[in-house]
Ligand binder design. Structure first.
Ligand code: MRU
Length: 388
């Protein structure tokens, strides 16, 4: 009951401020939340089934967390980070049955980190939790400390993404004033609220523009092989009543040449401090096309996705390679049933690089929670002087 009351107050508060919260068929949801009855249980929306099935999964054991991240029931760099934060809290709960409980937590931290290598948010959140353990002495204290810190990571993510929306909407607003017509925005993969706890990164300025009554239309790259654009971004935009069109991944260049893309906004899994951007495979090609056609190319980058420890991407950003099966098969709805179909000759080998790196020279700017900056070291250090 307390939980329901809290959520209602939260929604009412944001409505009073005129700020939109993300909805599923009119009801507010975030992508991850603590169970109202048992705080050792964490609820997530199973993103593998969307948009065809809306299913909530409960994570209980450290293996549940590993599988959810690895198999992409939760995905998107910020959400992977927050989920990993809760995983370390659960590791601490499980560690009570272990002879060497600190060893257990460290081993589980490495296990969780190995689930997906590219999004820096994962190791960042795990390390943030591990740092707490070094500074205190009592095992039962750790559990509360880790729980509260995981909740804090979750809440911070909401606020950071809301702020990215407020900072980024200025770009859309200015284009709308200048062009005096619908602003056409192209986005890749899913960097909406499902990829974070709420609001999203690349989609946050778009949601904010919609809330302010600015006329926008979104070109949604379908984003093979997992189709996060076609399945998740399109679903989010539909839920918010925002005009959008799903396009095959190869269409963006043609649209840009023909003047029907005004701005590209994408997310990031890891941005180095010289502004090289690792994001979903195919982002680099969009950046090249945008550059060739003089179209602004922005990256929505929460500080949790900036890797302040690497000054250049060159061979330092690990690029995840996933199972060939994701390329080989496509899934979708057939006569009401979720089915998978083979689309490749059975004997042909497939490659599944999950991310690519867009060099900073192709990136017009970064939209962060602290403001918009150039995708250069100076730009990033102006906004984050204590971290660069
Ligand atoms: O493989 P995914 O679905 O986790 O990849 C998601 C992306 O590439 C997003 O663009 C990125 O995580 C930024 S999310 C706000």
């Amino acid at each position: 009951l307390k939980g329901i009351l809290f959520i209602s107050i939260y929604i009412a508060f944001f409505h009073l401020l005129g700020i939109n919260t993300m909805k599923v068929k009119g009801k507010h949801f975030s992508s991850i939340w603590v169970d109202e009855l048992d705080k050792s249980l964490i609820n997530i929306i199973d993103q593998r089934k969307l948009p065809f099935e809306f299913k909530i999964l409960q994570l209980r054991t450290i293996k549940d967390y590993f599988d959810a991240i690895k198999d992409m029931a939760v995905r998107g760099a910020p959400l992977i980070g927050v989920t990993a934060g809760f995983a370390i809290y659960v590791a601490a709960l499980e560690s009570q049955n272990s002879a060497d409980w600190t060893r257990y937590i460290v081993d589980m931290a490495n296990y969780i980190k190995s689930a997906r290598p590219t999004a820096v948010n994962l190791e960042w959140a795990v390390n943030d939790q591990l740092n707490l353990i070094e500074s205190s002495g009592n095992p039962s204290e750790y559990i509360e400390l880790l729980y509260h810190n995981a909740c804090k990571l979750r809440e911070n993510d909401i606020e950071i993404n809301r702020q990215i929306g407020i900072n980024g909407v200025v770009l859309i607003e200015n284009l709308n004033k200048y062009l005096k017509r619908t602003v056409n925005i192209l986005t890749h993969c899913n960097a909406g609220w499902l990829a974070t706890v709420d609001y999203g990164t690349a989609l946050s300025p778009i949601f904010e523009a919609n809330a302010r009554g600015i006329d926008v239309h979104v070109w949604v790259d379908e984003t093979r092989p997992r189709n996060q654009g076609a399945k998740l971004t399109a679903w989010e935009l539909e839920n918010e009543g925002i005009k959008h069109t799903v396009i095959p991944d190869n269409t963006g260049g043609h649209l840009m040449q023909n003047g029907i893309v005004d701005i590209v906004i994408v997310g990031t899994d890891r941005t180095s401090i010289n502004g090289d951007v690792a994001n979903k495979i195919g982002t680099y090609l969009k950046a090249l096309a945008a550059y060739d056609n003089n179209i602004p190319f922005y990256v929505a980058a929460p500080s949790s996705s900036i890797d302040f420890s690497i000054d250049t991407s060159k061979s330092k950003i690990p690029i995840e390679q996933r199972d060939q099966r994701e390329v080989r098969y496509v899934d979708g709805l057939l006569e009401g049933q979720l089915v998978e179909i083979l689309t490749v000759p059975e004997e042909s080998p497939c490659a599944n690089y999950a991310f690519d790196v867009t060099p900073s020279r192709l990136v017009t700017g970064l939209i962060t929670e602290m403001g918009i900056c150039s995708s250069k070291k100076e730009g990033i250090s102006n906004l984050f002087p204590n971290r660069v």
